[in-house]
Design a protein around this ligand. Structure first.
Ligand code: SDX
Length: 378
């Protein structure tokens, strides 16, 4: 075996072969199963896209209807899970609540049969169906309310907004939310997907796979950045303060949230689509001053850091959209997770098809033959 150079963060090291998605970071191209994200965002739905990601092909009308119906029938969560969630502290972060409740599903569906396609399908359906219900339930329960039962007359995206806000959403808002889910559904071997793949490679259950991925997505360098972006825009407070704020960040060498990407060296195509969606929402529901701050920040960052390939990523404009949809700031990352479950499950299935446990090596840089010093002498 040849000895490879150590690359912090595994930059540029292929850790898998995959046919699920593709990113060209120089040209700003993202494809799911070869289909451009722009096409999926305008022509598909989140559930159709999930089917494409997980089973590799666009479904026929009958296959899609059957899939949607299965999801619809599995949206409810068992009362014991709701009771468990009621005991979570209301001050806890919703990502922690989601990680715990996703893992708890494994207690109820513990009979593992990874070589059985019916088991795989059931797990996919359960996770896609129940994760939004659990996110909405925690939101209501932490306010002291009972969770809202899923509404069988509403599609996937509309039903989530309904369970969250306790009223049927405007059709444009529901459509835009569905597009947001499609945009966030998959993105090659990012940190949370890698986490899912490593966990999957041990042949554990899919609920543990998703729970480990949720924990990884939560960090501010990954999915958690969408929440940090809004906090940053609030801190900036006005368009006039954008440049002084940015100069201060650059001087302190602190990261500007929602900017930069390991792979993209141009603007993330998802950020461009999200920006369009934000403008559509403002046309109907009124403007948001934080959008103006965001646009000015993008301009200023491009001037100062564009030559280094630092541009808005997916997390930059998503928060502005979610705010307008009435989603609380600390639910932005759980909403990212609702979408990314599709990608995680696609990678879980792909990993199982040709599995070998992940076990990389390390370069030991510690000492050898060290003396054991008795405690009294230390
Ligand atoms: C997501 O991987 C995926 O696909 C993830 C994702 C997905 O869909 O799954 O796209 C979702 O996680 C988006 C990223 C969200 N995170 C943020 O917005 C946090 C802010 N961005 C960064 O911290 C950073 O850009 C990362 C974490 C996204 C990428 O990290 P890298 O590839 O390890 O890059 P780096 O931190 O080593 O930065 C390289 C250089 C550094 O300068 P030098 O030390 O070389 O002088 O670029 C600078 C950095 O300081 N830099 C930034 C910056 N991002 C990079 N400087 C200021 N602000 C930034 N945001």
């Amino acid at each position: 075996m040849t000895v490879c150079e150590y690359k912090p963060g595994l930059e540029g090291i292929p850790a898998a072969q995959s046919s699920i998605s593709y990113v060209d970071g120089q040209k700003g191209i993202l494809e799911y199963r070869g289909i451009r994200i722009e096409d999926l965002a305008t022509k598909s739905t989140f559930l159709e896209t999930s089917y494409l990601l997980i089973w590799g092909e666009l479904p026929t009308k009958e296959e899609l209807t059957a899939f949607e119906e299965e999801i619809l029938h599995h949206r409810r969560v068992k009362y014991r899970i709701r009771d468990m969630m009621k005991c979570f502290p209301e001050t806890g972060h919703p990502m922690d609540a989601l990680q715990a409740s996703a893992a708890a599903l494994g207690l109820f569906y513990s009979k593992r049969a990874l070589d059985n396609p019916d088991y795989i399908r059931e797990a996919v359906v359960r996770l896609l169906a129940k994760i939004p219900t659990m996110v909405a339930a925690f939101q209501l329960m932490r306010k002291g309310n009972d969770p809202v039962r899923p509404n069988d007359n509403l599609d996937y995206a509309a039903n989530f907004l309904y369970m969250l806000n306790e009223r049927e959403p405007d059709p444009l808002a529901a459509h835009i939310f569905d597009v947001c889910l499609t945009l966030h559904a998959e993105h090659t071997i990012n940190a949370s997907t890698f986490s899912a793949m490593v966990t999957a490679s041990t042949l554990t259950d899919p609920y543990a796979v998703v729970a480990s991925a949720v924990g990884t997505l939560a960090g501010p360098l990954h999915g958690g950045a969408n929440e940090e972006v809004i906090t940053m825009l609030e801190e900036i407070g006005s368009v006039e303060n954008v440049r002084p704020y940015l100069d201060d960040c650059l001087q302190r060498k602190s990261k500007i949230m929602g900017f930069g990407h390991r792979v993209y060296k141009v603007k993330d195509p998802r950020a461009t689509i999200l920006q369009d969606l934000a403008e559509k929402l403002f046309e109907k529901f009124g403007h948001d001053k934080y959008y103006d701050i965001a646009v000015e920040l993008e301009r200023a960052v491009e001037e100062k850091l564009g030559h280094r390939g630092i541009y808005p990523n997916v997390d930059f404009y998503s928060g502005v959209v979610y705010r307008k949809l009435g989603i609380p700031t600390d639910l932005f990352t759980p909403v990212f997770a609702i979408a990314r479950v599709a990608g995680w499950l696609a990678h879980w299935k792909e990993q199982l098809a040709e599995n070998r446990i992940f076990r990389p090596t390390q370069i030991y840089n510690g000492i050898h033959n060290a003396d054991y010093v008795p405690i009294e002498e230390r």
